[in-house]
Ligand binder design. Structure first.
Ligand SMILES: [Zn+2]
Length: 216
């Protein structure tokens, strides 16, 4: 018999709405709307409202530490993915000049610091990749703004050889992901090249997105 991990209600077998927190823990139809509310929220106030209501509800029941932990993890996961979505919207709303300016000032390094700058925030691991078949510059993500496609596409053409073009593309993609996450630099950059078959090669660039500031 399946029980709600929050309120302990029995969950009906017949199409009752439910929310899978983990494989093991499921919320019933009365506890589900808070999770859904967070996922479908239009802004951060709505997220917070649903989160607070859920927390208030949880307080009414004796929920085990293990369930608490699973819920915390899930809430964090929802908030992270919403934040990423908002960041992307904000980035896509930027003026082209602003994107170009940010790209121009963006710094990357295979090491872990920049002379004359200090790292004020570690943001996240970032990643950019491309799979090389034939004519990869025509495979650019269609949903990106003209400027972003331009940054990714045109600057690559200056590089000789497919692999170095691909490395540059992966790097630019990584930088754009970092800019979306509000970083102005990436440290610890490295590249992975994977061969899938004789003529398909994957190139990825990885690093840690950070926020840096000039030392006065
Ligand atoms: Zn419930």
């Amino acid at each position: 018999m399946l029980k709600c991990c929050i309120c302990g209600r029995r969950i009906g077998v017949l199409g009752e709405e439910r929310y899978k927190i983990t494989e093991e823990y499921v919320a019933c139809y009365q506890c589900t709307p808070f999770f859904r509310g967070m996922k479908e929220a239009k802004n951060s106030e709505e997220i917070l409202k649903n989160e607070n209501e859920l927390r208030a509800r949880i307080k009414n029941y004796s929920v085990s530490g293990e369930v608490q932990d699973a819920i915390e993890k899930e809430l964090q996961r929802i908030k992270d993915s919403k934040q990423q979505m908002y960041n992307k919207e904000i980035f896509q709303g930027l003026k082209d000049e602003e994107i170009r300016k940010r790209r121009k000032e963006f710094l990357i390094n295979t090491g872990y610091n920049f002379e004359g700058y200090k790292i004020i925030k570690y943001i996240d691991l970032v990643h950019g990749e491309i799979v090389l078949g034939t004519g990869f510059t025509s495979e650019l993500s269609a949903n990106l703004s003209a400027t972003v496609s331009d940054i990714l596409g045109n600057s690559v053409k200056a590089f000789e050889g497919k692999i170095s073009q691909a490395k540059h593309f992966a790097q630019e993609q990584m930088i754009i992901n970092a800019m979306i996450a509000n970083a102005n630099a990436v440290i610890g950059v490295d590249f992975d090249i994977t061969t899938f078959s004789s003529n398909i090669v994957g190139v990825s660039a990885n690093g840690t997105a950070v926020m840096i500031e000039k030392i006065e």
